[in-house]
Ligand binder design. Structure first.
Ligand code: ADP
Length: 230
């Protein structure tokens, strides 16, 4: 599903930052994987390269058989919209849109304003918000807003769902709801998911953890736990 080879990302500057220093791994279709490591180790940088939000300095990324780094900018935009789902720490909902309209939005961008209301309704039901279709973001709790964002990320049946600290702004109870929802999407829809998390506890929800340290993969949790801060 995802195959990453020798990925490097250097942020230029008076002192360049070598954020990714040669990262290689594979993720199979239907896997639920957590990306963990202490702050600054390169997790967000890696997710941004995979999500085609940024361009790496070297290496290759294949997603669902496509060599994504060789796509044109326009092709990358289309690939992102059609085949990838992204959930951010900030829910990034449109304040003037209802929950239903927010979920339909990415499909409407792809199809010239046309979107499938039934599908958006079904997805809101799937995330447990079938009773909140016409609510605006400000009328929803943080956890509910994040679940709308998850339904939105699923509207185009993405091959991979990327989650960047999706529970960081939520209290424990709402975080558990979101993590169990990811688990359900993974088990019931075989949704491939790669999520960044700071919470060692979250390990129990995933099939596998990819550990990072100083821009490289690390083979075990222990090398990271020594540093205390995750
Ligand atoms: P993490 O997500 O694990 O906390 P990041 O991927 O955000 O780590 O950052 C990895 C390294 O790259 C850090 O040293 C960070 O300061 C640096 N970095 C991240 N984004 C930028 C940027 N846009 N410009 C320069 N340096 C950056």
């Amino acid at each position: 599903m995802i195959s990453v080879k020798n990925l490097e990302k250097t942020y230029p500057g008076a002192v360049p930052t070598f954020a990714l220093r040669g990262v290689s791994f594979d993720i199979k279709k239907g896997e639920f994987v957590a990306l963990m490591g202490r702050s600054g180790c390169g997790k967000s940088t890696l997710l941004h390269q995979l999500g085609l939000i940024d361009t790496p300095t070297a290496g290759s990324i294949r997603i669902g058989g496509t060599d994504v780094l060789h796509l044109s900018d326009e092709e990358k935009t289309q690939f992102r919209l059609q085949r990838l789902g992204y959930v951010f720490q900030e829910y990034a909902l449109i304040a003037e849109f209802t929950a239903l309209e927010n979920v339909g939005f990415p499909a409407s961008v792809l199809h010239g304003g046309v979107w499938d209301k039934d599908k958006a309704t079904k997805l809101l039901g799937l995330v447990g918000l079938g009773h909140r279709l016409d609510h605006y973001p400000k009328e929803l709790s943080g956890g509910e807003q994040q679940r709308v964002a998850i339904a939105r990320a699923l509207i185009n049946d993405p091959e991979v769902l990327f989650a960047d600290e999706a529970t960081a702004n939520l209290d424990t109870e709402a975080s558990v709801v979101v993590l169990k929802l990811f688990q359900k999407l993974n088990k019931e829809l075989e949704q491939t998911i790669l999520m960044i998390t700071h919470e060692p506890e979250d390990k129990k929800y995933v099939d596998r953890v990819i550990w990072m340290k100083d821009g490289l993969l690390s083979d075990s949790e222990s090398s990271i736990l020594k540093d205390k801060e995750i």
